[in-house]
Ligand binder design. Structure first.
Ligand code: SAM
Length: 262
């Protein structure tokens, strides 16, 4: 017996693309991306392999998209307005804008601060005239009155005080009866459970094709960049932002999505 994790599974998400070795000597974190401790970024070439990398890293990536779209159709009518905050390459934005007849008759705005991500989203949604992709920082961007806002794996990258301010701005921009879908990495309620869930998450990443070295390097690269909080802290933040009806709608290991209705 060795102490190694052994799996006969094949990777569920084969890579469609990989970056050429970008910076020899820098720690590889998977899918051809390299990043040093505390220096994870979505800038530059990452947009080219982002979809592969997130599929190899986040167990509920596609499941959360389906739930966000289904939820959106309960809140956005024809002529309505929806936002996606941190839209990256536009995967979710495109699905939101085409999910139903009413969604397709609404306007959808994706916001991301990275120029390369915004360019990729524009390209991905180029045939949809109800979609606009804006390069901006969501912490300062003024939202128009709207019906639905999605922030999928985005607020976790903001400092905690800025995250709370964005949640408040989203609440204030929503029409009464509108809703906010927020999905992020969460901490377990205690140290024993955090250790257990992290172990299972790393096993999942191994099965999805990442090496032990890439998994540990990615963890290092996210230090100080991605700051998860607990489920109860997320619920408290949404409640303090003004939302009165909040419930968890999706969870897989250390990732959890909430719907908060105004
Ligand atoms: C994990 S990705 C989001 C994935 C995307 N929502 C999806 O479902 O495919 C996080 C994105 O948030 C963006 N982001 C992080 N902080 C931001 C900020 N302050 N303003 C705008 N975008 C931000 C990053 O550039 C990145 O593209």
């Amino acid at each position: 017996m060795t102490g190694e994790l052994v799996s006969t599974d094949t990777a569920p998400y084969p890579s469609r693309s990989a970056l050429p070795a970008q910076a020899p000597g820098r720690p590889p974190v998977g899918d051809g991306i390299a990043a040093d401790t505390g220096s994870w970024t979505f800038a530059g070439e990452v947009s080219k392999v982002f979809v592969d990398h997130v599929r190899h890293s986040v167990p509920l990536y596609e499941q959360a998209h389906v739930i966000a779209c289904d939820l959106s159709s309960c809140f956005v009518g024809p002529m309505g307005l929806g936002y996606e905050l941190g839209s990256s390459t536009g995967q979710l934005l495109r699905q939101l804008a085409t999910h139903s007849e009413a969604n397709a008759a609404a306007r959808w705005i994706g916001i991301d601060r990275e120029p390369s991500m915004t360019a990729a989203a524009i390209q991905h949604c180029r045939d949809l005239d109800n979609v606009e992709c804006i390069q901006a920082d969501i912490t300062g961007y003024p939202l128009d009155t709207c019906d639905f806002v999605a922030a999928h794996l985005t607020l976790q990258f903001l400092p905690i005080d800025a995250r709370a301010r964005v949640a408040r701005r989203v609440h204030d921009a929503l029409r009464p009866g509108g809703a906010f879908f927020m999905c992020d990495k969460v901490l377990a309620p205690d140290a024993r459970l955090e250790d257990l869930i992290t172990t299972l998450h790393y096993r999942w990443k191994r099965r999805s094709g990442l090496s032990p070295e890439e998994i540990l390097n990615k963890k290092e690269s996210l230090l100080g960049v991605l700051q998860p909080i607990t489920t109860s802290d997320n619920l408290a933040m949404l409640s303090q932002a003004g939302f009165t009806s909040i419930v968890s709608v999706v969870k897989n290991l250390c990732f959890e999505g909430f719907i908060a209705v105004k």
